[in-house]
Design a binder for this molecule. Structure first.
Ligand SMILES: NC(=O)c1ccc[n+]([C@@H]2O[C@H](COP(=O)([O-])OP(=O)(O)OC[C@H]3O[C@@H](n4cnc5c(N)ncnc54)[C@H](OP(=O)(O)O)[C@@H]3O)[C@@H](O)[C@H]2O)c1
Length: 354
């Protein structure tokens, strides 16, 4: 084992991200040390960097999604062995210090780690953890303190197909989170599954389970009307997988029937919200390590290999960026500027050059 690794480091809030040599951490008790083979980029990475959100301790290394190989076990770890292929989500400590995946080695607590599906490449698997958590946990989490629609999980008795005949609308079905939300809706039996996206992604989204793809460029009133027509009745559950204040949120709220539930991936104020309508707005929380996500997160992580290996779930399409960690900043700029469509950008930290 080397003692040093390359990491993409932000020295202080708003400073540029630079590749540096830093020490490889030792796994604490209950943690594993993972050699990261692939890491995926998320919109939250540029938001933290450019808006100064969430992270309070610098220098910091961002990154929320990765896959790799366990290379060392912390004290007391029996669930994993050296050599296991895993997926892992970036995590925070109580001081808002981030332990991110934009580096070559990450020590992570077991709450954030899962076995990697054997039929996925490292690059495909890197795009799984945050997207699947952000879609699945606000739908199925049964914990009392969780913000969740509390659907019966499809993995529990009676959960598979339980919501047959009930319509669902997923705003932003092409987003990484949206693609997983569509697939969860399919397993839970919802029908029709209506989604909004650019129409060039319609075939992809139908292959995941969408029954109708509505052009996301429709004016909001036209979109609301079209979705209501297709649903043929009340839509009690809406999942806004992009939650854009001046674009999708108002329409998603209007599409949600009075008394229904709207899951939003970012907790922005809802334009035109009428609290007396009885609509419930649920803020997705996609960190496996959040205490309210512990139980459901563990159950979901344990289901991930089977979901993909059985073919029930398909991974996001990926695009591998050149240059290892040095390719991340340009990739995050593309995410910020909306210059990706139904694809997850991935880099291979071990390819980072001196
Ligand atoms: N709360 C949490 O814990 C949590 C965790 C993860 C992510 N998030 C948030 O969830 C959001 C989605 O993340 P992601 O990684 O899934 O995003 P992403 O994959 O980068 O989203 C890109 C997609 O958004 C779609 N899109 C953009 N504007 C749209 C609109 N007006 N209507 C419909 N679709 C639109 C595009 O679809 P087309 O290409 O079809 O046009 C594009 O393919 C981000 O805001 C992220 O910060 C929250």
């Amino acid at each position: 084992m080397p003692s040093q690794q390359k990491a993409l480091v932000i020295e202080q809030k708003f400073a540029p991200q630079v590749v540096k040599n830093i020490d490889i951490p030792k796994p604490a008790a209950g943690e594993v040390l993972i050699r990261i083979e692939a890491t995926a980029l998320n919109p939250v990475d540029w938001k933290i960097h450019e808006l100064g959100l969430l992270v309070e301790v610098y220098p910091a290394t961002l990154g929320f999604d990765a896959s790799g190989v366990v290379v060392e076990l912390g004290e007391g770890v029996t669930e994993y062995a050296v050599g296991d292929k895993v997926i892992v989500e970036g995590w925070f400590d109580s001081e808002k210090r981030i332990f991110g995946t934009f580096q070559q080695y990450l020590a992570a607590p077991l709450t954030t780690v899962g076995k990697m599906p054997s039929n996925l490449t490292f690059e495909e698997a890197a795009a799984v953890p945050s997207g699947i958590a952000t879609a699945g946990l606000p739908l199925y989490n049964q914990s009392e303190d969780a913000d969740s629609a509390r659907l019966t999980p499809f993995w529990e008795e009676g959960g598979l197909g339980k919501y047959a005949g009930k319509p669902i609308f997923v705003a932003g079905g092409s987003a990484s989170v949206g693609q997983y939300a569509i697939q969860f809706a399919r397993l839970s039996g919802f029908s029709p599954i209506i989604t909004s996206a650019s129409l060039h992604n319609a075939d992809l989204l139908k292959s995941l389970g969408a029954t109708h793809v509505v052009d996301r460029n429709l004016a909001p009133e036209a979109l609301v009307q079209k979705v209501r027509e297709l649903a043929g009745g009340h839509i009690d559950l809406v999942f806004d997988a992009v939650a854009i204040p001046d674009s999708t949120l108002a329409a998603s709220y209007q599409i949600t029937a009075p008394g229904g539930q709207l899951v939003v991936v970012v907790p922005f104020p809802i334009p035109g919200e009428d609290k007396s309508s009885g609509r419930r707005v649920i803020a997705a929380h996609g960190l496996f390590q959040a205490p309210s996500n512990f139980v459901a997160g563990k159950a979901l992580l344990s289901k991930i290999p089977e979901l993909f290996e059985s073919g029930q779930f398909k991974p996001n399409r990926i695009e591998v960026l050149p240059g290892g960690l040095a390719g991340i900043t340009a990739g995050l700029n593309r995410l910020r500027d909306g210059k990706i469509s139904a694809v997850k950008l991935v880099v291979k930290p071990q390819d980072t050059e001196d």
